[in-house]
Design a binder for this molecule. Structure first.
Ligand code: NAD
Ligand code: UD1
Length: 339
C-alpha cells in the first residue's frame, strides 16, 4: 500500500525532523523541502536510521515560487506541514526585512503553489510568542494576540492570512499550532536541536554547559514575580510535539476550515527547576550566574492545553526528566551537532 505523501517544509530542521519520524511511523511519506539555511542534509540519513525510510529532500527555498509550484505539481501532497521559517527573536529585531521576506513571502509563495495544485490541507507552525506578555496564565487560545517583536509579527500575519484563506475558500483545511517551548530530542540520540553559534534558548545553552563547551549559564534575572524568582515557561518534549502534528494532520485531513490550538503541557517550569532537572540527567553540576533580565523577556508563560486534548485527543506524555535525559543523550553523542 502506498503511503500518503506529506510535504514537510523545514523538514531537516529541529522540529520538522522529529515530525518526519512520527509521520513515517504513522504510515505517511514525508517529502522534505528545505533550503538548509539552518539545518543539515545528514538529517535525512539519521531519520532513515531511526525509521528504515529515508525521506527525499528537495533543497529549495520557499520563495522560489516556480520551483515550489513545480514540486507541488510533481508530488501532489495529501497535506503540508509548514515548519520552514526563521526563528531568532533578536535577529528579527535587527533585520526585520529578512524575517518578513522569509517567513511571510515564503509562506505566500507556498500557499500559491498549494492552491494552484489543489493541495489545500495545511498544518502551520505558529508560536506562543503571538501572545506577547499575557494578562493571565494559563493562556487560552482566545487570549489577545499582541506580539512584541518582528518574529512574532510574522507568525500573526501568517495566521491571519490562513484565516482569510479559509474564509474565502471552504476547500482549505488548516491547523494553526501555537507551540510553547519544545526541548529534548529523539530518544535514539540520532536527531536533535543543533543551534549554530551561541544558543539563544535555555535548554540548548544548558546542554552546552553540561558538555563543557561553555563555562556557565547566565540566568536572566532572579527577581521575577515567580516562586523562585527565575522565569517560568511551558517546556514540551519535541517528540510529544511531533506526535501532536500527526494528530493535527489527521484532524485537518478530515475537517475543513481553520483550527487554532496551543500545544504545550500546561505546566510551568522555572529556570532553576530546569537546571536541577538537567543536573540529575547529566550527572554533573551546571554552573550558573545570575545576570540582568533579557530585554523583552516575560516572567511566566504556560498554556491552557485543554483544547488540544479535547479536539485532537492528544496530550504530552513525556516528563521533564525525559526531556533532559534525551537532550543530554543527543548533546553527548553529537557534541558538534550534525558536523
Ligand atoms: P529550525 O530552524 O530548526 O527549522 C526550520 C527549517 O526551515 C530549517 O531547516 C531551515 O533551513 C528551513 N528554512 C527556513 N527558511 C526557509 C525557506 N525560505 N525555504 C526553505 N526552507 C527554509 O527551527 P525549528 O525549531 O524546527 O522551528 C520550526 C518552526 O516552528 C518554525 O516556523 C518556528 O518559528 C516554529 N517554532 C519553533 C519554536 C522553537 O522553540 N523551536 C517555538 C515555536 C514555534
Ligand atoms: C523564546 C523566544 C520565543 C519563542 C520561545 C519558544 C526569545 C526572546 N523568545 O522564548 O519567541 O516563542 O523561545 O521557543 O528568544 N534563559 C536564561 N538563560 C539563557 C536562556 C534563557 O535564563 O541563557 C531564561 C529566559 O529568561 C526564560 C527561560 O530561560 O525565562 C526560557 O528562555 P528561552 O528558552 O529563550 O524561551 P522563551 O523565553 O520562552
Amino acid at each position: 500500500m502506498s503511503r500518503p505523501r506529506i510535504l514537510v517544509t523545514g523538514g531537516t530542521g529541529y522540529i520538522g525532523s522529529h515530525a518526519c519520524v512520527c509521520l513515517i511511523e504513522a504510515g505517511f511519506e514525508p517529502v522534505i523541502v528545505d533550503n538548509l539555511s539552518n539545518s543539515s542534509r545528514i538529517v535525512t540519513e539519521r531519520v532513515a536510521r531511526i525509521t528504515g525510510f529515508q525521506p527525499v529532500l528537495h533543497e529549495t527555498d520557499l520563495r522560489d515560487s516556480e520551483a515550489i509550484a513545480r514540486l507541488v505539481r510533481e508530488i501532489r501532497p495529501a497535506a503540508t506541514l509548514h515548519f520552514a521559517g526563521l526563528k531568532a527573536v533578536g535577529e528579527s529585531v535587527s533585520d526585520p526585512l529578512r524575517y518578513y521576506d522569509n517567513n511571510v513571502c515564503g509562506t505566500v509563495s507556498l500557499l500559491q503553489a498549494l492552491d494552484a495544485g489543489g493541495c489545500r490541507v495545511l498544518v502551520f507552525s505558529s508560536s506562543a510568542t503571538v501572545y506577547g506578555d499575557p494578562d493571565t496564565v494559563p493562556i487560552p487560545e482566545t487570549a489577545p494576540v499582541r506580539p512584541t517583536n518582528p518574529y512574532g509579527q510574522t507568525k500573526v500575519i501568517v495566521e491571519k492570512l490562513l484565516l482569510d484563506l479559509c474564509a474565502a475558500d471552504p476547500r482549505w483545511h488548516v491547523s494553526i499550532l501555537r507551540y510553547f517551548n519544545p526541548v529534548g530530542a529523539h530518544e535514539s540520540g540520532l536527531i536533535g536541536e543543533a543551534p549554530r553559534g551561541t544558543p539563544n534558548n535555555l535548554v540548548p545553552y544548558i546542554a552546552q554547559v553540561a558538555a563543557g563547551k561553555r563555562a556557565h549559564l547566565s540566568v536572566f534575572g532572579d527577581d521575577w514575580p515567580t516562586a523562585d524568582g527565575s522565569g517560568v515557561r511551558d517546556y514540551l518534549h519535541v517528540m510529544d510535539l511531533a506526535e501532536g502534528h500527526v494528530a493535527a494532520l489527521r484532524h485537518a485531513l478530515a475537517n475543513p476550515g481553520p483550527l487554532t490550538l496551543n500545544l504545550g503541557t500546561g505546566q510551568g517550569v522555572s529556570v532553576k527547576e530546569m537546571i536541577r532537572a538537567y543536573e540529575a540527567a547529566c550527572g554533573s553540576q551546571i554552573p550558573f550566574r545570575i545576570s540582568p533580565r533579557r530585554p523583552g523577556d516575560i516572567a511566566t508563560c504556560y498554556a491552557d492545553a485543554s483544547r488540544a486534548r479535547e479536539v485532537l485527543g492528544w496530550q504530552p506524555r513525556r516528563s521533564l526528566a525525559a526531556m533532559c535525559k534525551d537532550s543530554w543523550h543527543w548533546q553527548s553523542n553529537n557534541p558538534d551537532g550534525y558536523q
